[in-house]
Write a protein that binds this ligand. Structure first.
Ligand code: NAG
Ligand code: NAG
Ligand code: NAG
Ligand code: NAG
Ligand code: NAG
Length: 218
C-alpha cells in the first residue's frame, strides 16, 4: 500500500517535470509543495463602508462570496481618506516564510478600476501587491497588464508571497503571469473583495470568490 503510494507520487513528480520540460507549464499546480492552512470564520475580518450594514454590500451564498461597492460609498473607517471597499482580510498577519492565496474569481463586465485581491503590508508603502481589474484586464497596480479577457467567467488566481526571498508570483488559471520583487517584510495579510483604485473607477464594482484557500510552504 505504502510502496504503491510512493510509486504514484514518484510518477506524478516525473510527470510534472516532463510537462515543465515541454513548456506545458499550464498543467502545474501552483500549490505543489505547499500545505493547506485550514481557514474558518475566525480567520475572516470583513471591511465595508462604515455607514452601511455588511448585508447591503456582501452576501455568502451557495459557497460563493459576493462583494460589491459603489464609487461614492464611504471608506471603511470614519476619517479614512481611502477609496471605498468591501473586502475580507485574512487573519492572522504573517511576517516571514512563503505563503500562498488561492481562489476562483468572477468579475462581471462593467466593474473597472477595482482591486480584487491584495497583499497588505510592506516595509515600503502600505501594500506589497494589488491585482486590479480594468476593462476585463488584470493589472499589477495600475499599469502592468497581467492577463486579459477576464469578464464574466470564473478564473483561478494563485498569489504567492515568498517573504524570505522577497518575491511575489502571480498565476492565473495555473499559468505563471508575473514574478516581481516584493516591497520588503512587514505585518502582511491577504485581502479579497473589491476596493476602488485611485482613478478610472466604475460606479459599481463587484467580485465573486469561491474555494478561497491559504497555503504555506514548510
Ligand atoms: C478556527 O481556526 C482557529 C485558528 O486556526 C482555531 O483556533 C479554532 O479552533 C477554529 N475553530 C473551529 C470552529 O474550527
Ligand atoms: C448553487 O450551486 C448549484 C451547484 O453549483 C447551482 O446548480 C445553483 O444554480 C446555485 N444556486 C444559486 C442560487 O446560485
Ligand atoms: C462588456 O460590455 C460592453 C458594453 O455592454 C460590451 O461592449 C463588451 O463587449 C462587453 N465585454 C465582454 C468581454 O463581454
Ligand atoms: C498608507 O496608509 C495611510 C493610512 O491609511 C495613508 O494615510 C497613506 O497615505 C498611505 N500611503 C500610501 C503611500 O498610500
Ligand atoms: C484612466 O483613463 C485615462 C483616460 O482614458 C487614461 O489616459 C489613463 O491611462 C487611465 N488610467 C488608468 C490607470 O487606467
Amino acid at each position: 500500500m505504502k510502496a504503491s503510494y510512493r510509486h504514484l507520487l514518484l510518477f506524478l513528480v516525473v510527470l510534472i517535470f516532463f510537462i515543465d520540460d515541454a513548456r506545458m507549464v499550464s498543467l502545474v499546480d501552483p500549490t505543489y509543495g505547499f500545505v493547506d492552512v485550514m481557514l474558518n470564520e475566525s480567520n475572516f475580518e470583513y471591511q465595508k463602508p462604515y455607514d452601511t450594514p455588511l448585508c447591503q454590500r456582501y452576501i455568502y451564498q451557495n459557497g460563493t462570496h459576493r462583494f460589491w461597492v459603489y464609487s461614492d460609498d464611504k471608506p471603511h473607517h470614519l476619517g479614512s481618506n481611502t477609496q471605498p471597499r468591501t473586502e475580507i482580510r485574512i487573519l492572522p498577519d504573517y511576517t516571514s516564510g512563503v505563503w500562498q492565496f488561492e481562489g476562483l474569481a468572477f468579475i462581471p463586465n462593467g466593474t473597472s478600476g477595482a482591486t480584487i485581491v491584495q497583499i497588505h503590508g510592506a516595509a515600503h508603502g502600505n501594500t506589497t501587491s494589488l491585482l486590479r481589474i480594468y476593462n476585463g484586464e488584470m493589472r499589477y497596480y495600475s499599469t502592468q497588464v497581467i492577463d486579459t479577457n477576464l469578464y464574466d467567467r470564473w478564473f483561478k488566481v494563485n498569489l504567492i508571497h515568498d517573504v524570505d526571498g522577497g518575491k511575489v508570483i502571480v498565476f492565473v488559471d495555473n499559468k505563471k503571469k508575473l514574478k516581481i520583487h516584493d516591497q520588503g517584510p512587514g505585518l502582511l495579510h491577504f485581502k479579497f473583495g473589491v476596493y476602488g483604485a485611485p482613478r478610472n473607477i466604475s460606479y459599481y464594482m463587484e467580485s465573486r470568490w469561491k474555494d478561497v484557500k491559504i497555503y504555506k510552504k514548510y
